[in-house]
Design a protein around this ligand. Sequence first.
Ligand code: GDP
Length: 430
Amino acid sequence: MVKAVVGANWGDEGKGKITDMLAEKADIIVRFQGGANAGHTIVNNYGKFALHTLPSGVFYGHTTSVIGNGVALNIPILTDEIKSITDRDVPMPRILVSERCQIVMPYHILFDQYEEERLGGKSFGSTKSGIAPFYSDKYAKIGFQVSELFDEEGLKEKLGRICETKNVLLEHLYHKPKLNPDELFETMMEYREKIAPYVCDVSAYLDQALKDGKTVLLEGQLGTLKDPDHGIYPMVTSSSTLAAYGAIGAGIAPYEIKEIITVCKAYSSSVGAGAFVSELFGEEADELRRRGGDGGEFGATTGRPRRVGWFDCVASKYGCRMQGTTDVAFTVLDVLGYLDEIPVCVGYEVDGEVTTDFPVTYKLEKAKPVLKKLPGWKCEIRGIRKYEELPENCRRYVEYIEEQIGYPITMVSNGPGREDIIYRESPLKK
Ligand code: GDP
């Protein structure tokens, strides 16, 4: 059976924590999209970790961690990350990398930087990890699959061909040093040595695992609103963030995905540019940012301060719908305990009309939030394990949001640790 853990919003919803928690009862955890541009923060018995490439199941002895074909694989980052956790006494995880996974080339990172420089103030706020140039090349059919590292002749020929076109851009558009295909070949041979122990036919492996009755978790990166088709285009990421893509990015049949756990944070946050209707500024924002997450809302990969705002029912309802949500995991609720009243965005006003449907980008840019204030609960809720024991106003907040988004909140997370979770029966769960 396959479960997907995905985000409803802009990312940073706490998917890492939920995946780490669900991994206890899973056999295999698969990353199916994205690259090392975003990260998950996980707090467990070994300490606090920021993972960028490894799936969140790597801390358990019984799980296998898989990098699926849909991922943008940065080989040195992966091997450094493995070392960084084993250096901190985490046992060496079992890792498999799809032979069809494509490689982030050193020049993808350079092109990302050069393009941001060229665009200046009009940049997309890229993390400069090479992700957009990587996926552009993948779909332009000039990317490199991991399998190609093992075909030296083919690799040499293709590197020569690709350097020719890249060098035209480097010389005439960016005015930067040109690529040398022989040097790149040497780098590829180093990459091969690093990655060889992990490479396999992942889809065949998963097929057999499912036939054997294993439980597979698909771990998404970012959230619905960063999806290149259904998100806030063009301020999106370059690979699909939807559970449906999990089937493609892992190489399994779509009907195998039985549960889709969509993670929603109890307030909003976003790193990077793009419309953010319920965004907060000034003092109010600073306070929420400082209290948020586990030690403040700052990007796990970039350290950039995250933009923060009130919970957005319009974006989250849409975010859950596009994921095909069977369960909502509602996270970081403990952080809101300081507020007397908690505003929630229940509609968007666009050109004088109020809507609860998430609009296309140019309308979204004009949207103003319609806010409703709910009473706060003014106390610490960490440590509570039963839903009935949460303060009444806190339960009201959860139930009001569930009603607005229309998807069952069956898990409430009230702290960063694995055990900080409250399971709940939802009237919406069929
Ligand atoms: P992801 O990319 O969706 O996994 O999200 P991140 O890991 O980047 O951000 C979530 C942050 O919130 C991390 O620092 C987590 O440790 C923290 N976190 C997750 N769940 C909770 C929670 O219920 N309460 C609190 N206070 N922090 C949480």
